[in-house]
Design a protein around this ligand. Structure first.
Ligand code: UDP
Length: 284
């Protein structure tokens, strides 16, 4: 069991990619159990802070991995002593944010690694070669998942894909999608419908999927694997600037990016204050 880290009520697992692969190996070997892994980013934490049902759904999953440097920043910032004075709080907050840009080790002191859905897709496909897992890709625009499969097979020739289908996250299509997936008999299902649709889809349907042992919501990962969308250059990812890359490439996402940055920072600041007040009350 990994250590849980509470970020505004969403309880993340302090894990690295290798730990997730080990957990998937255990999950797939458990005959009668099914597990969901979610990859929340700051935007999803903001969403969860506004909707208890979504927060509870995320916290009920087998594993929550931090998909976003903002989550790692929050874990570090929340671990620092509470500052009552506005100026010292401001200095503390901005100096902790600056550490993100300089990839300072403090940022990785609580949650050890950023574990993205996009990289997880590649790493699990790689691990599937030695474990003989069959993989199914659900979601992304029609035709994109089969391009992703072709490209993944070039890189991981021993991987086995049980199938793929675009479909839609609409509840009216669920039975048809479950039927398709059941016919393909995969062990692992990746769902790319964006959040919260993909997590809600998995939550509603996992029990209906006969052979699936692990289901993971991966957002735009199939688009990236197909080469349809380009990920930020490595230096930008390392500096925690993937959101800026997405803003430049897809300006229509500005509202989502606002939520993932400024709104998220405001939420975490408020959460730190609430935690401090609760602690103070408990001590009194
Ligand atoms: N998508 C889909 N059907 C829908 C809505 C979204 O297949 O009804 C797909 C979309 O094509 C994309 C993915 O869901 O491949 C979501 O990507 P996005 O970049 O929004 O996810 P993020 O990485 O930001 O979570």
């Amino acid at each position: 069991m990994s250590q849980k880290v509470d970020i505004a009520g969403v309880k993340f697992d302090a894990v690295r990619y290798d730990d997730v692969i080990t957990a998937v190996e255990v999950f797939v070997s458990q005959t009668h159990q099914k597990h969901m892994i979610a990859t929340p980013n700051p935007e999803m934490v903001v969403d969860a802070s506004q909707r208890n049902s979504f927060k509870n759904l995320l916290n009920s999953t087998a594993m929550l991995v931090p998909d976003g440097i903002g989550i790692l920043w929050a874990s570090y910032y929340l671990s620092l002593p509470y500052k009552k004075n506005r100026v010292t709080e401001w200095v503390q907050r901005w100096s902790s944010l600056l550490k993100v840009f300089f990839k300072h080790s403090d940022i990785y002191s609580i949650l050890p690694q950023r574990v993205t859905g996009s990289d997880l897709l590649f790493k699990i496909v790689d691990a599937s070669q030695r474990n003989h897992w069959q993989i199914y890709l659900l979601g992304a625009a029609p035709g994109i998942a089969s391009i992703a499969i072709d490209r993944l097979l070039q890189k991981y020739p021993d991987a086995i894909f049980a199938g793929s289908f675009a479909g839609t996250p609409a509840e009216t299509h669920e039975d048809e999608l479950c039927e398709r997936i059941n016919q393909a008999q995969p062990d692992i299902l990746f769902v790319a419908y964006g959040s919260p649709a993909q997590e809600e889809w998995i939550h509603r349907n996992l029990d209906k999927l006969d052979t699936v042992k692990v289901a993971i919501g991966v957002g735009g990962a199939i688009d990236f694997a197909a080469g349809k969308a380009k990920r930020a250059p490595n230096w930008m990812q390392k500096m925690g600037l993937e959101w800026l890359w997405r803003l430049i490439r897809q300006p229509r996402r500005y509202k989502r990016i606002w939520n993932a940055t400024f709104r998220f920072i405001k939420l975490i600041r408020k959460y730190k204050k609430v935690c401090h007040q609760v602690e103070k009350k408990a001590k009194a």
